[in-house]
Design a protein around this ligand. Sequence first.
Ligand SMILES: Cc1ncc(COP(=O)(O)O)c(C=O)c1O
Length: 387
Amino acid sequence: MPINFDTVPNRRIPGDVKWTSYPKDVLPMWVADMDFPAPKPILDALRKAVSQGVLGYQMPSKELYGTVAARMDRLYKWKIKPEMVTAVTGIVSGFNIAARAFCTPRKGILVQTPVYNEFLAVKNNVGIPQIDIPLLKSVEGNILRYEIDWDLFEKRAKKASIFLLCNPHNPLGIIFSRKELTRLAEICIRNDVLIVSDEIHSELLLDDTKFTPMAKLSSEIAKHTITLISPSKTFNVPGLFCGFAIIPDPDLREKYVKTVARLRIHVASLGLVAARAAFSGQCDGWLKDLRGYLTENRNFLLSYVTEYMPEVRTTIPQATYLGWLDFTSTAIQGSAFEFFREKAKVALSEGRIFGQEGEGHVRINFGTTRKILEQGLDRMRTALNKI
Ligand SMILES: Cc1ncc(COP(=O)(O)O)c(C=O)c1O
């Protein structure tokens, strides 16, 4: 029986970030978690751990790291050893730890804007300059495309010590090709820039898209790359804060692990329990159905925008449950995010938080039921038509 993603539990419970940060009449389509319950094997594993009654300290076990390594082999034929894996309290911690451990004074951190807003906070957290390499935007009909500005990347890489790569890309939903990844990596290696590859969305593939981890491309690239993965987006357990850094190079790994130890980063026991179940393979049937549902939601969003809001431009995300809408050629004055929050009672993510290129854009979260998605879009369309 396919999983039913058409009904979801009530999330208006105290403390729920997505559903209680705005007044009750506002439909939340912002922060990146989904409205679906996590797959049963994860919930069963958590229930079992809780019913045992003792919730003491737990260490990430060798067996868990073996499960992560086995998943990389199964998904990508990427052969890593369990000892290359380190647990972290999520991916935001993971890349901040990397920046703390490896940034060089006076050298910067490369980011491809517009990009996940937490990437843009790293500079303040570690006190290094941020070097933007805006992705080049083009428009065909109402479809937005973004490409790498190679000349700029080449030029700016000289001034950097870390490249924070978002692949698949949030908020644009791009999966960079093997060719692009190889070229990016070659530039980084030539300029002695460490690659920190945030691959948190790598299993949320739409259609039958394929994904290749940056570090899988060659052993030379792997030596210069820290890969960050997590079950949190894929299996909708982000509140359990458990992710993994995969670091094949022993020297980089030693320094990273020492920084983790120095900062006293400890993953909560239930996060480890959930991660073991999530990466075991038991949830892959659920994930297949989820991808199908999200692909249909993405298609619904695209058709809706094309048919009912033709002046709005949209990306065609290849992964994630995040859409990116451009309102710069509509009659909206000022922030589209504020316009929709006030006039449509829909909370989206403000495009500006992803970098200045996000001005006039919003990110929409379609990781919800088709009914809620349609309701949100109907509200937006009505508000737009009233201008
Ligand atoms: C690209 C990216 N990295 C990291 C995160 C958050 O990771 P975590 O909650 O594990 O810190 C998100 C959440 O939206 C994301 O989109």
